[in-house]
Ligand binder design. Structure first.
Ligand SMILES: [Zn+2]
Ligand SMILES: [Zn+2]
Length: 296
């Protein structure tokens, strides 16, 4: 956790993890111990079709979790839905399909994550009909090298936003304990306490962002007609890029050394702005999409 300059507390967590209860290579106990030793405050164990329980492990908050998958052909749509924080087994079965799974997860008090859309090669036609997705994975560590490809789903988040569909962005490890897929990508969640209720409420309220290390804040300044990112000099930020639905626009990127601020002047055309930062070692932070105006 860290405390920002306004006195807010931000908790660190990974919401997508596999263990020996499905195809992961570490036991639940080993997972919890490793994440705790890397400064994580909460963790969801989300084995395939195996529901884990809410609880704690040596000070680490454990959120219940499970990953459900539907479909096997890209053409027809592959949907991996991760449940987090349910108060009981949502009772999802293979015949349900993604929308019923999402609805059952909500009925059980949990959050529904549309996992790794780039890895699943999801199209807008697959995703736009889904209602109630609480967040998606803008970055998924195990989908990156050395085991995989297509870890990054920012393009999909932006294509949905351009259609007026705003999905929150999380980063997760989807840890299988292959190589370099543990303790890499996570979310920072702003909450007064690190409890199941507070973490879920903050995620529902968009009070979190995705990161591999960098800290940042984004503000929409209506008076100065800009979106501003601020970040600490000690994070050694080397670039800040603003993604919008305007194909051509100036000031999209700010590149430098130990950046502390970047400003995107609104043109009046964009309906959303989303910022990404990268530090000198190539680690990213992915900020939530800011809605600027409704499309006319
Ligand atoms: Zn998956
Ligand atoms: Zn997974």
């Amino acid at each position: 956790m860290y405390t920002d300059e306004h006195g807010n507390t931000w908790w660190k967590g990974n919401l997508h993890t596999h263990t020996t209860r499905s195809d992961g290579r570490a036991t639940p106990e080993e997972c919890a111990a490793l994440y705790r030793s890397h400064g994580y405050d909460f963790l969801a164990l989300t084995d395939h079709w195996q529901v884990s329980e809410n609880g704690t492990s040596d000070g680490l908050l454990l959120l219940s979790g499970c990953e459900y998958d539907f479909g096997s052909r890209v053409k027809d749509g592959i949907y991996h839905i991760v449940a987090v924080g349910c108060l009981r087994d949502p009772g999802v079965v293979r015949a349900d399909g993604p929308q019923t799974a999402i609805d059952k997860i909500h009925a059980a008090g949990g959050l529904a994550d549309l996992a790794h859309p780039a890895w699943s090669m999801n199209t807008l036609a697959h995703l736009m009909p889904l209602a109630g997705v609480d967040y998606t994975e803008i970055f998924n560590s195990v989908s990156d090298l050395p085991a995989n490809c297509r870890p990054y789903s920012g393009m999909i988040v932006d294509l949905l936003a351009a259609q007026g569909i705003f999905w929150k962005s999380a980063a997760v490890d989807d840890t299988h304990w292959y190589r370099e897929d543990a303790c890499r990508a996570f979310i920072w969640v702003k909450a007064e306490t690190c409890t199941r209720e507070a973490i879920l409420a903050a995620i529902r309220a968009w009070d979190f962002y995705a990161s591999e290390g960098p800290h940042a804040e984004v503000a929409l300044d209506r008076e100065k007609n800009c979106v501003r990112v601020r970040c600490p000099a000690e994070d050694h930020i080397a670039s800040v890029v603003f993604f919008t639905d305007t194909a051509w626009t100036g000031r999209r990127s700010t590149v430098g050394t130990d950046l502390t601020e970047a400003v995107f002047p609104l043109t009046g055309r964009e309906t959303f702005v989303r910022a990404e930062l990268r530090d000198a070692e190539g680690r990213s932070a992915w900020m939530q999409t800011t809605r600027i105006k409704n499309d006319e």
